[in-house]
Write a protein that binds this ligand. Structure first.
Ligand code: AMP
Length: 285
């Protein structure tokens, strides 16, 4: 496995591989790799000849007061884990290499970035779309693999790729969960033992919504009521939002007759860890 730290070197290697007729799949990550990331790596290996995992804790997608400084960065372990799972190339650029001094350019997707996550993290998606564009430019992937765990991110990147005619195929993989339903996340490491016991309720609420939906319930009001009543059972976390939105517009729906995203964000009370989760009903992302 190669470890590449420089944007130009990555571009050169990508060019060499492509000119030899090889295809490249990219898995963008911020590191602290877990089984969710590894499921994306598996998909990358199935999709293309070469699998690249990028590891970059992107400063521009963190807001003031967020966890950029303390975000886990176990780089040596990540490299070992990725290599064991068949990664061909780790691309781990330095921030100063990715963002030249005095950079003034960013990629902005409009409306859908203002809702859900965007409402409480106003600059987050501008950081995401800009860094993903930079990673695409450095690697030149045929396919890029993303997790449903960050469903709004998937929809924003899909919009960007369609709007800017970016020559890459997007692949979305389902959320990988612990046995008790908790979605794997690098941020789960921040949880206290008591919080860890409480947070599977996040997924339990979503499962309740799935069960009601499968039983024929289509009223968003009823489904959100059921979701919120599950979350009222704990004091370990506070809900930031629970929403049922159309996957094309991210606007709330009253009645579920299209593909919808049921999205939840909450913050635990003691460690102040922000967790998100979701399900998609009536179709795929
Ligand atoms: P991150 O390192 O958190 O930026 O995530 C990198 C990629 O891994 C994104 O496409 C995420 O959606 C995806 N991902 C994160 N957690 C999971 C999970 N539990 N299951 C599947 N994919 C995930």
């Amino acid at each position: 496995m190669k470890i590449i730290r420089d944007v130009d070197a990555m571009r050169e290697l990508g060019r060499t591989l492509r000119s030899g007729g090889k295809t490249i799949a990219l898995v963008p990550t911020m590191g602290a790799l877990h089984k969710g990331h590894l499921s994306l790596l598996t998909a990358a290996r199935q999709q293309c000849d070469y699998a690249v995992v990028s590891i970059f804790v992107n400063p521009t997608q963190f807001g003031l007061g967020e966890d950029f400084e303390c975000y886990p960065r176990p780089f040596a372990r990540d490299c070992a884990v990725a290599e064991r799972h068949g990664c061909d190339i780790i691309f781990a650029p330095e921030a100063k290499n990715m963002y030249p001094k005095d950079y003034q350019t960013s990629v902005i997707v409009k409306n859908i970035t203002q809702k859900l996550e965007g409402a409480s993290r106003p600059e987050h998606f501008e950081g995401v779309t800009t860094v993903v564009t930079k990673l695409f430019n450095a690697v030149g992937p045929d396919a890029a693999i993303f997790g449903q765990k960050d469903a709004q991110q998937v929809l924003v990147i899909k919009r960007m790729v369609a709007d800017l005619n970016v020559p890459v195929r997007l692949v979305v993989r389902p959320t990988v969960r612990e046995d008790d339903g908790l979605a794997l996340s690098s941020r789960n490491a921040y949880l206290t033992a008591d919080e860890r016991r409480a947070v599977p309720l996040i997924h339990a609420g979503l499962s309740r919504v799935t069960a009601l939906y499968e039983g024929g319930e289509r009223s968003a009001l009823v489904l959100l009521g059921a979701l919120r009543s599950v979350y009222e059972r704990t004091k370990a976390f506070k809900v930031e939002y629970t929403s049922i939105v159309d996957t094309r517009t991210l606007n709330p729906v009253d009645y579920l007759d299209s593909t919808v995203l049921v999205a939840v964000a909450c913050r635990t009370v003691t460690s102040r860890t922000r967790l998100i989760d979701n399900i998609v009903l009536g179709g795929l992302l």
